[in-house]
Write a protein that binds this ligand. Structure first.
Ligand code: NAD
Length: 497
């Protein structure tokens, strides 16, 4: 009886005493510990209501034999706190080590990577004085699925996976973010002139979902020219949503052209978890020198405070940070004789921000997070299963002889379940029938077998066909079934087909 009374009252007492939001903190590698210590001192001085659980991830964990760089204690802590403030870590080269950043983002479903890139002219030197771009990078899919295979002596493959729900989530997130922060335009970058199916899905989803946000201007650029425009005239962009790889590359470009990659923070947002980090890496060349700019991690911590509903503290820190920048107190990466007043180290920069807590910038735009939010209710539509008809198979071969005609003659007589050899490509380019003798061929061939139009085949026939090819001493390395989905081809044609 007594025991149960204690059990009932204990949580109340604990809540009254702490009233703090638990967060998990990793100090990271390279410059990580220095910038994290500067950031935590600032959070403490500003009165952030947080309860820190410290965990070890990164180089030490990797080198202890854990190829993911993250131990069980980290997952336990994250399950408890659901909020992660993370310093950059070093991924050791080679040795099968997986990027722990990518693992964390994917395992915890942190699908939206939000990276504001702002210039602070005239206080920080930049070729682009007017720039306030938020890059919303898809965080879970694309080539970052990390599914790679060396299939032949000469060819290695990396799978690019783009899903309907994944795409819908990130695009809705970008529009919701734009709406919440009064942003005027959302731009989408893809390469759908080449990757018509994967990037095509991203572009089409952008157009479809965009219609639900009539007050927001929408535009799409092919990523190459879009990137060139971003580097030349960033002032014409507002929010940009992109698949994972383009977002990774272009957010570094965007941050760098504001003055330094050391200036930008990022939020990785999922349904139940969130991770906050600087966008830069562990900068091992300047580790231990007190030269690193802690701003990226400080601004990531500001995003974290907004996330845990401590907008008052977020605002206090961000405004003091802006005032410090405006006062010309700069770390080496952004220091310039023309505009800076004092060159300071990592810790001295944090001290300068602490000294300005409560102050606001006079010229730079002060921040207001009273309606701040970075977690939106994102609904995704049901995927309706399509009617699937098997009409062919791409059989990939490892074959050292570079002559496509000779390879074709070994298979043209095959006919199983209506499947006949229709085309051979090498690295995607059609080389049989009627290939160009000039096309260079590797040892990696795709042989497309199809039924006649209007017919279908069976999976048993696909297996039998493989057995027959194998029986001719040809080396089958993989297959892709070719389907009609609701009557439409769900596979791309060969280049030059
Ligand atoms: P990096 O971002 O660490 O450094 C790139 C350049 O920017 C260097 O010249 C560096 O000195 C400078 N720089 C970066 N941050 C700075 C700061 N805060 N202040 C001043 N200058 C700064 O990129 P890298 O050299 O390609 O990668 C180094 C390591 O970081 C690698 O092991 C990489 O895997 C890792 N990395 C980690 C993360 C992460 O943890 N989120 C992200 C990117 C790279």
């Amino acid at each position: 009886m007594e025991t149960s009374t204690v059990a009932q009252t204990a949580p109340k007492i604990e809540k009254a005493v702490t009233n703090l939001t638990p967060i998990t903190v990793a100090h990271g590698d390279g410059i990580g510990p220095e910038i994290m210590s500067a950031t935590l001192r600032l959070l403490k001085a500003a009165g952030a209501r947080i309860d820190i659980e410290e965990i070890e991830i990164g180089e030490k964990v990797y080198l202890s034999g854990n190829t993911s760089g993250i131990g069980q204690d980290t997952w336990d802590s994250l399950r408890k706190t659901r909020v992660f403030l993370k310093a950059p870590i070093t991924t050791p080269q080679g040795g099968g080590y997986k990027s722990l950043n990518v693992t964390t983002r994917k395992v915890l479903g942190l699908y939206a990577n939000v990276r504001p890139c702002v210039s602070y002219s005239p206080y920080i030197n930049t070729k682009h004085p007017i720039m306030d771009v938020v890059i919303v990078r898809e965080n879970e899919e694309d080539l970052y699925a990390g599914i790679e295979h060396q299939q032949t002596d000469e060819v290695i493959q990396c799978l690019k996976l783009i899903s309907k729900p994944g795409t819908e989530k990130i695009i809705r997130y970008a529009f919701e973010y734009a709406r919440a922060y009064g942003r005027k335009k959302v731009t989408c970058f893809t390469k759908d002139n080449i990757m018509k199916m994967t990037d095509g899905l991203f572009h089409k989803t952008f157009d479809r979902i965009g219609e639900e946000y009539p007050e927001i201007q929408k535009e799409h650029w092919i990523v190459d020219i879009g990137a060139a425009k971003l580097a030349e005239t960033p002032e014409v962009f507002d929010v940009i949503v992109m698949p994972n790889l383009y977002g990774d590359i272009l957010s570094d470009v965007a941050a760098q052209i504001t003055g330094s990659v050391g200036l930008a923070g990022s939020a990785n947002i999922g349904e139940g978890f969130a991770m906050f980090e600087a966008i830069h890496g562990s900068a091992p060349m300047i580790a231990g020198t007190n030269k690193a700019n802690p701003s990226g991690l400080i601004l990531a911590a500001v995003q974290m405070l907004v996330h845990i509903k401590q907008a008052d503290i977020a605002e206090k820190i961000h405004n003091a940070w802006l005032k410090t920048i405006e006062d010309g107190i700069h770390t080496e990466d952004v220091f310039s004789n023309k505009v800076s007043k004092e060159k300071v180290g990592t810790q001295e920069f944090a001290d300068a921000v602490i000294a300005r807590l409560g102050e606001k910038p006079a010229q730079l735009t002060k921040v207001d997070y009273s309606n701040g939010n970075n977690q939106f209710e994102i609904k995704i539509s049901e995927t309706k299963p399509a009617e699937k008809e098997l009409v062919g198979v791409d059989i990939f071969l490892h074959h050292g002889d570079r002559n496509p005609d000779a390879l074709a003659t070994q298979m043209t007589d095959l006919q199983v379940g209506g499947l006949k050899l229709k085309m051979i490509t090498n690295r995607g380019t059609k080389v049989w029938p009627n290939g160009f003798p000039e096309t260079f061929c590797t040892d990696h061939w795709r042989c497309r077998f199809m039924v006649e139009e209007g017919e279908t085949t069976t999976f048993d026939s696909v297996i039998l066909l493989q057995q027959q090819i194998h029986g001719r001493n040809l080396n089958v390395i993989k297959t892709e079934n070719l389907y009609l989905l609701d009557g439409k081809a769900s596979f791309s044609a060969g280049q030059g087909q």
